[in-house]
Design a protein around this ligand. Structure first.
Ligand code: ADE
Length: 243
């Protein structure tokens, strides 16, 4: 799969592409990520990509013709074109799962100045990574590219994302490693006894508990099994007693 990133700040992506799991995925050709400088599609001798807004007001607006030339040169029918923007649809794991199946996506990085609205005619989806405003869409593009890359075959050890928070619909259970006791805090004994069924139940219970306490909204669309229903009853009773 190829992810193309169209940006006015290509240098921001150097450390992202040269570190850890993303670096390894690129080296092994498990993903192809191309960073493209939008400025090269300017058609004036000063390399301008923006102009003053119609109707007046502060700031500048990125020009639609510049964006269109960049898109024509770097996308085809099969390319899914995304625009990062705080007014887009909020990015979720299920969107990452869907995008991870595409052949090619192109992420147009939003900019604090904003784009000429007509750019939206060439965009499949506007995506926000959360309800806060960044100085530009580059960090958002990295978030999207990172979440898609880790889902590509061979990038993570098999099985390592199946238990992720959100992948199951629940938040992930707590993990521990040695030492067994640290500053008086013990690793739960159930994790030390090697009984896989008890460990499975403990982890499921803790996942449900964290989700119920921190992200009850996730449980609204979650289909509980009989076992989970019973656990959730117990969790609710316990939290009532603790009030
Ligand atoms: N650009 C500025 N803020 C953003 C956000 N929250 N998500 C995506 N792009 C952005």
């Amino acid at each position: 799969m190829t992810i193309k990133i169209l940006t006015l700040f290509p240098e921001m992506f150097q450390p992202f592409l040269a570190t850890s799991i993303i670096k390894r995925a690129l080296e092994k050709n498990l993903i192809n990520i191309e960073v493209i400088d939008l400025r090269q599609y300017s058609n004036d001798k000063h390399n301008h990509v923006d102009d003053t807004p119609y109707g007046g007001g502060k700031g500048m607006v990125i020009k639609v013709d510049v964006v269109k030339r960049a898109l024509d040169a770097n996308s085809s029918q099969m390319t899914k074109v995304l625009l990062t923007s705080p007014r887009g649809k909020t990015y979720k794991q299920n969107m990452a799962n869907q995008l991870a199946k595409e052949e090619e996506i192109l992420i147009l990085c939003g900019h604090y100045e904003g784009f000429d609205e007509r750019v939206l005619n060439y965009v499949d989806e506007e995506i926000s990574i959360g309800d806060y405003v960044l100085t530009g869409g580059e960090l958002a593009a990295m978030v999207i590219a990172d979440s898609i890359t880790r889902l590509q075959k061979g990038v993570l050890a098999t099985g390592s994302f199946e238990d992720d928070s959100f992948q199951t619909g629940l938040l992930e259970y707590p993990q521990y490693t040695r030492p067994t006791i640290f500053e008086g805090m013990s690793v739960p004994s159930v994790l030390q006894n090697g009984n896989h069924e008890e460990i499975r139940k403990y982890r499921l219970y803790e996942s449900l508990k964290l989700t119920y306490l921190r992200r009850p909204d996730l449980l609204v669309n979650y289909k509980l099994t009989k076992e989970e229903e019973k656990m959730l009853e117990k969790i609710k009773n316990e939290s009532l007693q603790n009030e």
